[in-house]
Design a protein around this ligand. Structure first.
Ligand code: SF4
Length: 389
């Protein structure tokens, strides 16, 4: 049962690392088996998560070890910081996870690690754990594996064969910004290159080399505001990775200072900035927006008061509303309240009959109140009150 205490120590800071979940939560104690003592029941963190396929699961997010030889300025696990560290060996961790999984307490796993003995050695431990789970324990559930700085091509390839998702934490958008956060990480060599390798393996390897016949998705994470970077810098890198490295998703984590780190006196980042970055990144990935379309201010920041799609529409569609009955898909996607699914449904529906009013839009899964100021129906505007979110 001591292992559960270690699991608590390793997973308690993982809320700093957004992955598939929308919000972290401690697993309800009532769901833990009765053989656990109250202290042990307090020991596991599981997060409600939504997978890329839309499925909702209980995701265990944890590290293999909280020991780390690096000294990233924002990180609670940095070398020399005084706190009690914990470590699992691959076999031991796989067995513990399977106990939780078999008991129905964890349906998926996100596994990362501090760096101990170099990036290659640490990556080997993560791969060994994944290998034991898949090939010895017969685990078929969701597995998100972190790629360590310094991992080699063959290790990245092995990760793609074992995981449903692989990720590399960029933390910052470019070399100069990263140097202000993580002096011992090389932006291109350590971080960008493994993401490019994943893309290269995907383009060149036969599909059967992927886990379960499915190719793993690729993600990254940024610490927002810690290096005084702009939103433009973050989204420039995100957009480049979307197009050149097959990145499926960027996660943005608003900086929060941690006591006893070099950045402990730096102010926390407004969480609203994190939301605006997500909204803008989805416009780039799913809505056909280019960077030039995103309404950055002079200093490269996104407007905090309105979502970027609404800000764009207010500037461009107020005087030239879009005719909902004949607009092309790319034009529909520019209208607030219409997403990729709503646009597809609308295009299908209007093949059958013309759209006559706002209420018909609502039945198609479109937020008509948001779309109304920017559209024409039968040549007429459909004014309604604006929602700024
Ligand atoms: S390498 Fe990772 S765990 Fe280690 S200090 Fe840097 S961010 Fe923290």
């Amino acid at each position: 049962m001591e292992s559960f205490i270690r699991l608590q120590m390793l997973s308690s800071q993982m809320n700093l690392e957004p992955a598939e979940e929308s919000a972290g939560t401690r697993l309800p104690q009532s769901q833990l088996p009765g053989c656990f003592t109250p202290k042990q029941k307090n020991a596991v963190f599981v997060y409600p998560a939504q997978l890329p396929n839309g499925q909702h699961i209980k995701l265990l997010k944890t590290l293999l070890t909280s020991a780390c030889e690096r000294d990233c300025y924002y990180c609670p696990f940095r070398a020399g910081r005084d706190f009690r560290r914990a470590t699992f060996e691959p076999e031991e961790f796989a067995s513990l996870f399977m106990d939780l999984h078999t008991a129905g307490l964890a349906e998926g796993i996100f596994l990362s690690s501090g760096i101990a003995g170099g990036g290659m050695r640490t990556q080997d431990k993560l791969l060994d754990t994944a290998d034991i789970l898949r090939n010895k324990e017969g685990y078929r559930g969701y597995l998100h594996l972190k790629i360590m700085p310094g991992a080699q091509y063959a290790q990245v390839e092995r990760a793609t064969q074992l995981a449903d998702r692989v990720s590399v934490n960029l933390e910052a958008p470019n070399t100069e910004r990263l140097a202000r956060l993580a002096p011992r990480k090389e932006f291109v060599e350590d971080l960008i290159r493994p993401l490019q390798w994943v893309h290269h393996i995907w383009r060149t390897a036969p599909s059967h080399t992927a886990w379960n016949g499915r190719w793993p998705s690729t993600t990254t994470q940024f610490v927002v505001g810690a290096a005084d970077e702009s939103d433009l810098e973050l989204l420039t890198t995100t957009s480049w990775l979307n197009q050149n490295a097959g990145l499926q998703r960027a996660y943005f984590s608003a900086f929060n200072p941690i006591e006893d780190t070099p950045l402990e006196n730096k102010p926390a980042t407004n969480p609203l900035r994190e939301l605006r970055l997500y909204q803008a990144s989805f416009l780039l990935r799913d809505y056909g927006f280019d960077l030039e379309d995103i309404p950055f201010g002079q200093d490269g920041s996104l407007p905090l008061k309105a979502d970027p799609k609404l800000a764009w529409a207010q500037e461009h569609l107020n005087r030239q509303p879009v005719d909902i009955n004949c607009a092309e898909r790319r034009e529909l996607l520019r209208i607030p309240g219409i997403g990729p699914r709503g646009a597809a449904t609308l295009i299908r529906a209007r093949r059958e009959k013309r759209i006559r009013d706002l209420s018909s839009l609502n039945t198609l899964g479109i937020v008509a109140s948001r779309a109304a100021p920017f559209i024409l129906i039968d040549g007429h505007r459909q004014e309604q009150q604006l929602c700024l979110l």
